[in-house]
Design a protein around this ligand. Structure first.
Ligand code: CAA
Length: 260
């Protein structure tokens, strides 16, 4: 599939999606959002890809938000649909069935912070700056920021970021749990690849069920989440991989998972 605003590469077991609009700091226009939906669907359907790394091109920015040029003359109905389209992409990322690592290589603002939050894990370079600056434009976050940010960092810290619109640096983002780890800019992709490789060695079905249990569990009550966990724990015991994993441990050898 050919993309205008993305660079999509596959080096199994890792898939790479790079937002490639460096002149506008990788701002997400509608075309880019639609291309991202296609690219992530392609990664989801490719069994050789076990982990996806999402990043932005250029030295300065991961994604500097929605493309503000498209906000001129947007009607309330258009704006609602705009938000729904972006939310569809972010839900797809969050529910891809395989982990997505955000390699936050610079500005992650507005929709950029939001797309990073939909990823399973965020690794930031030391020059990264994150924020939800929408109030300064007279709008509110529309790609899930009001929902995912408090779930990640707590209500008070989320309010502070959303209501002031201020950017925070990578070190603070790590301190409050918005990113998992901060690394030097030059080693960002390498660090993400190390993490991806470790995850890719685990049993694919187990990884998928872990993602599902955490994501769906967080959206409901503790009791519903525990019931879901028990269901998935049962389901995974129907797989060949659980037999392989347990047998390999007992035989003191490395498991060979098939994803079945
Ligand atoms: N949309 C459109 N264009 C953008 C953009 C965006 N979000 N962010 C940057 N650009 C463009 C700039 O207009 C500029 O273009 P020109 O060269 O044609 O002037 C180019 O990218 C480079 O940007 P700057 O010259 O501004 O670079 P800087 O280093 O001085 O500042 C910055 C960097 C602090 C990130 C600044 O560009 C900025 O504040 N950008 C906007 C960030 C923002 O408000 N994002 C939220 C958007 S709203 C949203 O995302 C809603 C939602 O929830 C979905």
């Amino acid at each position: 599939m050919a993309f205008e605003n993305l660079i999509v590469e596959k080096k199994p077991p890792i898939g790479y999606i790079t937002v490639n609009r460096p002149k506008v700091l990788n701002a997400l226009n509608v075309k880019t959002v639609l291309e991202l939906i296609d690219a992530f669907e392609e990664m989801a359907g490719d069994e050789t890809i076990r982990v996806v790394i999402l990043t932005g091109s250029g030295e300065k920015s991961f994604v500097a938000g929605a493309d503000i040029k498209e906000f001129q003359n947007l009607s309330p109905d258009d704006a609602r649909n705009y938000a729904i389209r972006g939310q569809k992409l972010l839900n797809l990322i969050e529910r891809l069935g395989k982990p997505v690592i955000a390699a936050v290589n610079g500005y992650a603002l507005g929709g950029g912070c939001e797309i990073a939050m939909a990823c399973s894990i965020r690794i930031a370079s030391d020059n990264a700056r994150l924020g939800q600056p929408e109030v300064g434009l007279g709008l509110i976050p529309g790609y899930g920021g009001t929902q995912r940010l408090p779930r990640l960092v707590g209500k008070g810290r989320a309010y502070e970021m959303i209501l002031t619109g201020e950017h925070i640096d990578a070190a603070k983002a790590e301190r409050i749990g918005l990113v998992n780890k901060v690394v030097p800019r030059d080693s960002l992709i390498e660090e993400c690849e190390k993490l991806a490789t470790t995850i890719a060695k685990q049993a694919p079905l187990a990884v998928r069920y872990c993602l599902e249990a955490v994501d769906r569990g967080l959206n409901g009550s503790l009791d519903d989440g525990l019931a879901l966990e028990a269901d998935l724990f049962g389901l995974v015991f129907g797989s060949q991989d659980v037999k392989e994993g347990v047998t390999a441990f007992l035989e003191k050898r490395k498991p060979e998972f098939k994803g079945k």
